[in-house]
Design a protein around this ligand. Sequence first.
Ligand code: ADP
Ligand code: MG
Length: 310
Amino acid sequence: MTDLGDRPVSDARAPESLSERAAEARTHPVLTIDDFSVEYKGDRVVKAVRNVSLTLGRGEILGLAGESGCGKSTLAYGINRLLKPPAVITGGSAHFHSREGYVIDLNELGGEELRAFRWDKIAMVFQGAMNSLNPVITIQRQMEDIFSTHRPDMSRKDRRMRCGDLLERVGVDRARLRSFPHELSGGMRQRVMIAMAMALDPQVMIMDEPTTALDVVVQREILREITRLRAALGFAVIFITHDLPLLLEISDRIAVMREGEIVELGDAVELYTNPRHEYTRKLLASFPSLTGERGDFIRSGSHAQNGELV
Ligand SMILES: Nc1ncnc2c1ncn2[C@@H]1O[C@H](COP(=O)(O)OP(=O)(O)O)[C@@H](O)[C@H]1O
Ligand SMILES: [Mg+2]
């Protein structure tokens, strides 16, 4: 990334200029990604992720921004070992730091361990996830499946109760448990997917364009829900989207990705007010809603404090 100016990524700043959350990410990480690289080794080799290093702090919302095709999804899948050929992880590592104090090298996990780990510790909400619900099975059975697989000792009654509680947590009436997916709106189905991702109380949620297919009003409601739940439950989020204005609203820190590399990583408000990398400036300028009066920006100081969306 040498063609975009010589500004350093903000990760290299002096510690005293880091926000509290950024400092927290360093002292209490939940996920550390080091020098991570992924290539698609098809007819043409695509270096989709190049030497990415990131630290996700406990309870932090880290936004991952960048244009379509820059490698965001590949990175997310790679961290979670969900890549399929011709994708190959060509270097680097990812470690999960449990709140119980142990560290897991994601490289070291075998098939079964990995499957258990994925729902339990790191949950993922995929782009278009709402369309992956099975159309002929009720919401209840699909949600209960998670518990019968991962919590086999749980009683049937507890399972039911828990599924209803989870739905209510994301703002869906528990009566909807009896519904089939087609009886719910897109927004509701996406809420169900988020509820399912939260089912086992994960410490990390990776959300890849979770609201992209939804209209703006529904999108905002869901984002509000995610920030509220993060505050209540303390999970950390890697929130991926090409929609930088949206990220500026909800993220503590933002990583800007371009052609497989992180070109800038910093506090969200600071990245907006004082972008250090030329590409970040270009990206900001490509959103008309952000280029007006700086004071118009929706994320006010009070918003930043209470985590509410305006
Ligand atoms: N299965 C695949 N085979 C070959 N190249 C791929 C494959 N999937 C993605 N890519 C390429 O990898 C790069 C990153 O893609 P992706 O991670 O999907 O980006 P993003 O999520 O930021 O839109 C793009 O150049 C894309 O064309
Ligand atoms: Mg993607």
